[in-house]
Write a protein that binds this ligand. Structure first.
Ligand code: SF4
Length: 312
């Protein structure tokens, strides 16, 4: 049986957590999801990397819940708080078409890991009704190889995090034991799927129609681990476009807890990581100017675009 089949939900093992929640019977997995699709926002987004957002914006769909539970999450309202509105699965295809009508350069599925079983049907329906823009799979990197493979013909652009090289850090900050090994295997599979499709491709204006970007958020006090992450990425897939981010912003829980995660990343830490990326030989690198803590990177999770206009 393929992994991305609704039968999977009876003992869910869609993601590497494999928590086996009986979502088909309405139980909630560690990710917070039941069998019902829940979305937090569907709108144009202008703050992804330039080949993704371009001038027109990326048609971003935020899924509620998340298999990881990163303590510092910037989207904690939806990832841990599970904020969103339940909608029927047919709505997903409609939303994609509405975003294309609004001028989106692509459909950007943000943390759809725990709803991946709905994607083949929704994408087939949206394509049948004329969806013509690429699909971006925007993920924490904590994915099963089987899921990546089954999505390989549907996803055009992989926008994947690689968060930690040290398993202990993954355990402490995201409550999973195996993040580095899982992320490395998933990344290698994403690169293989892209290669099978013919590799990266772009429009005349430089925006992408196929590709991969590996994102890494530098955490305060952990620049050495960031450098090891870059080593792992290089070892897994070689010279791939990377996006090294310094936008870490302590959330309320991190500010209350104190310690290193209560502050922003220093310029020295960020430069250490960027220098290491240069030393390794990454030839395409996105980085951020200015400091952290720019709220514009985090859109309001107000369910914009989730409901049909008549239902809103
Ligand atoms: S997708 Fe959710 S329910 Fe399924 S294995 Fe992962 S955490 Fe558990």
């Amino acid at each position: 049986m393929p992994l991305l089949d609704s039968a999977t939900l009876a003992a869910c093992d869609l993601c590497p957590r494999r928590c086996r929640a009986d979502r088909a019977a309405g139980a909630r997995g560690i990710c917070g999801a039941t069998d019902t699709l829940k979305l937090a926002r569907a709108a144009l987004h202008f703050w992804e990397e330039p080949p993704i957002s371009g001038e027109a914006g990326s048609g971003t769909i935020f899924f509620s819940g998340c298999p990881l539970k990163c303590v510092y999450c910037q989207n904690h309202e939806i990832s841990t708080g599970n904020f969103g509105i339940e909608v029927p699965p047919e709505r997903l295809a409609e939303i994609m078409l509405e975003l294309e009508d609004q001028g989106a350069l692509n459909i950007n599925l943000v943390t759809a890991t725990h709803y991946a079983h709905l994607l083949p049907g929704a994408l087939a329906e949206a394509r049948r009704q004329g969806l013509s823009i690429p699909i971006v799979y925007n993920t924490s990197g904590y994915e099963r190889v089987e899921a990546v493979h089954e999505l390989g013909d549907l996803v055009d652009i992989w926008l994947t995090d690689f968060k930690y090289a040290d398993s202990a850090l993954g355990r402490a900050l995201s409550h999973v034991d195996d993040y580095p090994a899982v992320a490395a295997r998933a990344l290698a599979q994403m690169a293989a799927e892209l290669a099978r499709r013919g590799g990266a491709a772009e429009r005349r204006d430089g925006t992408w129609t196929r590709g991969i970007i590996v994102r890494h958020l530098v955490l305060p006090g952990h620049a050495d681990d960031s450098c090891r992450v870059l080593d792992m990425v290089w070892d897994a897939v070689g010279d791939v476009p990377i996006s090294v981010m310094n936008q870490y912003t302590p959330n309320a829980a991190m500010r209350a807890a104190g310690g290193e995660l209560a502050r922003a990343v220093t310029d020295e830490e960020y430069e250490q990581v960027l220098d290491h990326a240069d030393d390794l030989g990454f030839s395409q690198m996105f980085w951020q100017e200015g400091g952290a803590v720019d709220e514009s990177f985090t859109p309001p999770f107000d369910t914009t675009g989730v409901l049909r206009r008549a239902d809103a």
